[in-house]
Design a protein around this ligand. Structure first.
Ligand code: SAT
Ligand code: MN
Length: 611
C-alpha cells in the first residue's frame, strides 16, 4: 500500500515527517498478508540475514544470527522521558524529553538511507476489541516486520478500525545503519554501537522512539515498549491494568472454568507454567497468554483480560519436550529462530534441547563451525545457542491455546498469582487476606539470583515488584497506589483473589522439594477451589491463608514431612523478610511508597510477633 492512500490525517502527517527526517529510498505500508510475510522472509534471505531451515522438519522456518552486541533488551539504554523526573521514579532511567528528542533526531537524520521504510499498523489485542490499542511502527528492518506479523495483528484491517481520527501510539524504529550507494547488508546484522542505542518512551505524548538495535523488545515495539511501558501509563490514566502476566484457563473435572493471571520475574518458569500439562487427573490447563495481560472492568464489575499479543517470543535454550512440549510443538512450523545453532541437516539446536545434533558439525550462533554437541557440554560463554536465543511462534499453533485467546471481550479473571524463585521461607502457596495484603505481596515479589546470570549477587534475593520493575512507564510508588485505587473503587467480591506461589523451596541438602512443571496443577487446583468458595481447605495464619496439610494431593516423591515443610509458616524467616522490605526495599520508592503498604507491613509484623 502506498503512503498517499493513508486516510488518517495524523498518521499521514507523522509518516511524511519521518520520511523527511530519515530519508529512506522507498516507503511501504504493510497490509499484513501472507504474501507480504513471505516477501519479508525473502528480503532477509537475499540480504544474507536469514537461513531457510530444513523444510521437511521445520516447514516455513528460518534462522537469524544477530550481531554479538545486539542479543537482548538493553536496560541501561532504556529511557522513560516524562516531563518531570519524579514521574519516572528512581527505578527508571530518566532524560528530559526535549533533550532526548534532540539527540535522537540527529541520529534519525538520514538513518534509513539505502533502505526501505516499512509502516506497520498493528493492534495489540484482537482487532476492534474494547480492550485493544493500536500502534503504528515505522521501521527499516524486514526482520522486525516479519516478527511483528507473528507477535501482533498487522495490516489493513487495523487501519480500517483506526479510521480517520482514531488513537494510535506512534513508534519510531531504526536499526541505525544507513547504507551507502550500492552497499548491502551482505550477511551482517545491521545495528548501531551500544552508546548509540536508545529505547525511549515519552509517557505524556504516548510515543516510542527506538534506535540502534534490531533485537527483541528493543525493536518489536508492540511488546514491552507499548504493551507494558506506555500501556501502564494509559492504564493508570484510564483506570485499568497493563501487566507483565501470563493468562491461564483452568477447567476442573466437573467442567467448570476459571481464568487466572500470573506475574513472575525472569527465570521462574513463566512460559512453562503458561503451557503446563497437568498431572492431576481430570483437570485441563490451557493458554490464553504467556507474557502480558491487559485487564479492564466489564459492565458486571469483574476484570476481563486479553492477551495483547498474537505470538510467543520465547527463550529457546532449556526448552524441550520434557520442560515444555507445547512450546516445542508451537515452533515446529512458520516460526523465526534467532541466535540458535544450525545442524548439518538444516535443523536448529540449542542447549538442553534434549537431543544430539545431526552431523559432524554445527554452526553456532556466531556463525562458527563447531563439533556436533551430542551432549549439553558447552562452556559458559561458548554456547552453541546464545542463552537469550529465541523462537517467534504464532500463538494459534500452540496445541494448548484456549479457544478464547482471541476473544475481543477477554476472559473474566478469578485470581492473580505472584511468584518467585525462593529456596526458603516463602510457602508453596499462600492466599492474601485482602486486596491490600495482595498488593503488598505483589510489591515484595523477589527471586533468587541464579547462576544463569553472571552476577556477584548469586544466591541473594533480587526484588522485582509485580515483575514490572523494567517495564513500568512511571514511578513504581505511583504504580502501587494505582493498584490500591483499583481495589478501593471495586466490589471486593468481584475482584480477583490474590495468591503467592513458590515452586522452588529447597531442603537441607539443597534439593528442590516440590517437583514443579505439570505437578504445579495441584496448586492451581487448590487456587481454583479457593476461588470457588471452598473454605475447609485452608488455615488462617499470620501471613495469609495456607492450604491444610491434606488439601493438596501429594505428587510422587513428596512426603508428608516435605509437605509440612513447604506449607509451614517460618516465623523467623518472615520476620527477616519483613525487616528486609522495611530496610532495603520500600525506602527505594521514597515518599511515593503508599502509606497503606507500611501499615500492612506493620500489621503482618505484629501478627508474627504474637504467633
Ligand atoms: O526481548 S523481549 O523484551 O521481547 C523479551 C524479554 O526480554 O523479556
Ligand atoms: Mn516478559
Amino acid at each position: 500500500m502506498n503512503v498517499n492512500e493513508l486516510k488518517h490525517k495524523g498518521l499521514k502527517k507523522w509518516v511524511d515527517e519521518a520520511v523527511a527526517l530519515m530519508t529512506p529510498d522507498s516507503v511501504e505500508v504493510c497490509d499484513g498478508s501472507q504474501t507480504e510475510y513471505n516477501h519479508m522472509i525473502m528480503v532477509n534471505i537475499a540480504a544474507g540475514l536469514a537461513t531457510p531451515l530444513n523444510a521437511g522438519k521445520l516447514p516455513g522456518c528460518v534462522l537469524f544470527r544477530s550481531d554479538p552486541s545486539d542479543v537482548a533488551r538493553v536496560e541501561d539504554r532504556t529511557f522513560i522521558a516524562s516531563e518531570k523526573e519524579s514521574d519516572a521514579g528512581p527505578t527508571n532511567h530518566w532524560t528530559a524529553p526535549a533533550d532526548l528528542k534532540q539527540t535522537m533526531s540527529s541520529l534519525y537524520k538520514g538513518c534509513m538511507k539505502g533502505r526501505t521504510m516499512y509502516v506497520i499498523p498493528f493492534s495489540m489485542g484482537p482487532v476492534g476489541s474494547d480492550i485493544a490499542k493500536i500502534g503504528v511502527e515505522i521501521t527499516d528492518s524486514a526482520y522486525v516486520v516479519a516478527n511483528m506479523h507473528i507477535m501482533t495483528r498487522v495490516g489493513t484491517k487495523v487501519l480500517d478500525v483506526l479510521g480517520q481520527d482514531g488513537f494510535f501510539v506512534p513508534c519510531y524504529h531504526s536499526v541505525g545503519k544507513p547504507l551507502a550507494e550500492g552497499q548491502k547488508d551482505s550477511g551482517v546484522w545491521p545495528c548501531a554501537s551500544m552508546d548509540k542505542k536508545y529505547i525511549s518512551h515519552f509517557p505524556e505524548t504516548r510515543e516510542i522512539w527506538s534506535y540502534g538495535s534490531g533485537y527483541g523488545g528493543n525493536a518489536l515495539l508492540g511488546k514491552k515498549c507499548l504493551a507494558l511501558r506506555i500501556a501502564s501509563v494509559l492504564a493508570r490514566d484510564e483506570g485499568w491494568l497493563a501487566e507483565h502476566m501470563l493468562i491461564l484457563k483452568l477447567t476442573n473435572p466437573k467442567g467448570e472454568v476459571k481464568y487466572v493471571t500470573g506475574a513472575f520475574p525472569s527465570a521462574c518458569g513463566k512460559t512453562n507454567l503458561a503451557m503446563l500439562i497437568p498431572t492431576l487427573p481430570g483437570w485441563k490447563v490451557e493458554t490464553v497468554g504467556d507474557d502480558i495481560a491487559w485487564m479492564k472492568f466489564g459492565k458486571d464489575g469483574r476484570l476481563y483480560a486479553i492477551n495483547p499479543e498474537a505470538g510467543f517470543f520465547g527463550v529457546a535454550p532449556g526448552t524441550n519436550y520434557d520442560s515444555n512440549k507445547n512450546a516445542m510443538e508451537a515452533c515446529k512450523k512458520n516460526s523465526i529462530f534467532t541466535n540458535c545453532g544450525l545442524t548439518e541437516d538444516g535443523d536448529i539446536w540449542w542447549e538442553m534441547i534434549g537431543q544430539g545434533a545431526a552431523g559432524q558439525e554445527v554452526i553456532d550462533w556466531k556463525g562458527n563451525l563447531r563439533p556436533s554437541p551430542l551432549k549439553d557440554k558447552s562452556l559458559k560463554g561458548q554456547e552453541i545457542a546464545h542463552p537469550n536465543a529465541r523462537f517467534t511462534a504464532p500463538a494459534r499453533q500452540c496445541p494448548c491455546i484456549a479457544d478464547e485467546w482471541d476473544d475481543p471481550a477477554g476472559v473474566p479473571i478469578s485470581a492473580f498469582l505472584f511468584g518467585g524463585r525462593r529456596p526458603k521461607t516463602i510457602p508453596l502457596v499462600n492466599q492474601a487476606k485482602s486486596w491490600v495484603h495482595g498488593v503488598f505481596m505483589g510489591s515484595i515479589v523477589g527471586s533468587e539470583v541464579t547462576a544463569a546470570v553472571i552476577s556477584d549477587q548469586v544466591g541473594q534475593v533480587r526484588r522485582d515488584p509485580f515483575a514490572m520493575l523494567p517495564f513500568c512507564g512511571y514511578h513504581m510508588g505511583d504504580y502501587f497506589q494505582h493498584w490500591l485505587n483499583i481495589g478501593k473503587k471495586s466490589d471486593p467480591e468481584k475482584l480477583p483473589k490474590i495468591f503467592f506461589v513458590n515452586w522452588f523451596r529447597k531442603n537441607a541438602e539443597g534439593k528442590f522439594i516440590w517437583p514443579g512443571y505439570g505437578e504445579n496443577s495441584r496448586v492451581l487446583a487448590w487456587i481454583f477451589d479457593r476461588c470457588n468458595g471452598v473454605t475447609d481447605n485452608a488455615v488462617d495464619t499470620p501471613i495469609g491463608f495456607l492450604p491444610t496439610i491434606s488439601a493438596i494431593a501429594r505428587p510422587d516423591g513428596v512426603s508428608e514431612a516435605d509437605m509440612k515443610e513447604i506449607l509451614n509458616v517460618d516465623i523467623e524467616g518472615w520476620k527477616a523478610e519483613i525487616a528486609d522490605v522495611r530496610k532495603n526495599h520500600y525506602p527505594k520508592f521514597g515518599d511515593k511508597l503508599p502509606k497503606e503498604l507500611y501499615t500492612e507491613l506493620d500489621a503482618i509484623e505484629e501478627r508474627l510477633n504474637k504467633a
